[in-house]
Each structure stands twice: as C-alpha cells, then as structure tokens.
Design a protein around this ligand. Structure first.
Ligand SMILES: [Zn+2]
Ligand SMILES: [Zn+2]
Length: 140
C-alpha cells in the first residue's frame, strides 16, 4: 500500500510505502495541546518507508515518558505532520489528519488515558493503556 500525506496548504507532502506497525490515539497532555483538547491520532510507520518533501518546522521536548519527542509541523499552515521519539528512531509517528486516506487506517489502541479529561469519550473497543505501552515490533 502507498499512502500519501499532505498538509492544509500543500507545502509538506509525504509518500509512505508500507503498512503502519500500529495506529493509536494518544491522550497525553502535549497531544491535547496539539489537538485542541482531544487526542492525537497517529500511525506508526517504519522510518525507511516514509519519504517527506517540503520544509518542516520542529519543536523538541522531554515527554512524560522521559523520552525526547521531536514534533514536526508545516511551517506555513501549522498542520501537525509527525513525531519522532528518541527511544524509537525506527518509527515515524504520522498524524492521521496529515494522511489523505483516513478511511483505510483506524486506531486500535488508546494510550496515556490517565491524562484524558473526565469527559473524554474513549472507544471501549480500543486496547487501552494508562501510560506509554511497549513499542510495536519493527517488522510485521
Ligand atoms: Zn502547510
Ligand atoms: Zn501524546
């Protein structure tokens, strides 16, 4: 499968060859800041499968997990593009909103649920983790 990504303004694009190792929603505080109070929803693709074009703006911080997270956005329109964790250089965590084909990938897991607001609606069918779960295997 080939997935394509595009930010709102089109300055950043991606072509991804391969299937995601995991698709998750994250309720950590930083993701809520990024996603206007909701979770971020993300597909973890293998780093070598992701080809990006265009200029990214980045911001790095130490997450609650203790890992350094590098967040990437389109510097023009602000669309969140991806995150990279210092603990998992083998993956690029691509924001679902950046992908063109939302219908074909869906979250199967919710993480950092202990930081979700009390009014959050978390699909009971999702595998749930109160904090950071172990990473998926790098090969499928
Ligand atoms: Zn843009
Ligand atoms: Zn998060």
């Amino acid at each position: 499968m080939v997935y394509h990504g595009r930010c709102q303004c089109g300055a950043v694009r991606a072509e991804i060859r391969g299937e995601p190792a995991a698709v998750r929603e994250c309720w950590c505080r930083q993701c809520q800041q990024l996603a206007a109070g909701g979770p971020t929803r993300n597909a973890m693709f293998r780093t070598e499968d992701v080809e990006l074009s265009g200029e990214l703006s980045t911001f790095a911080y130490v997450a609650a997990s203790g890992n350094t997270l590098l967040q990437s956005y389109c510097g023009v329109c602000g669309t969140p593009v991806m995150a990279q964790s210092s603990a998992r250089p083998q993956f690029r965590t691509i924001r679902l909103g950046f992908l063109d084909v939302l219908g074909s990938v869906r979250p199967t897991m919710a993480i950092w649920t202990e930081e979700a607001p009390y009014w959050a609606l978390i699909d009971p069918d999702l595998e749930q983790h109160t904090r950071q779960p172990p990473p998926p295997p790098a090969t499928s």
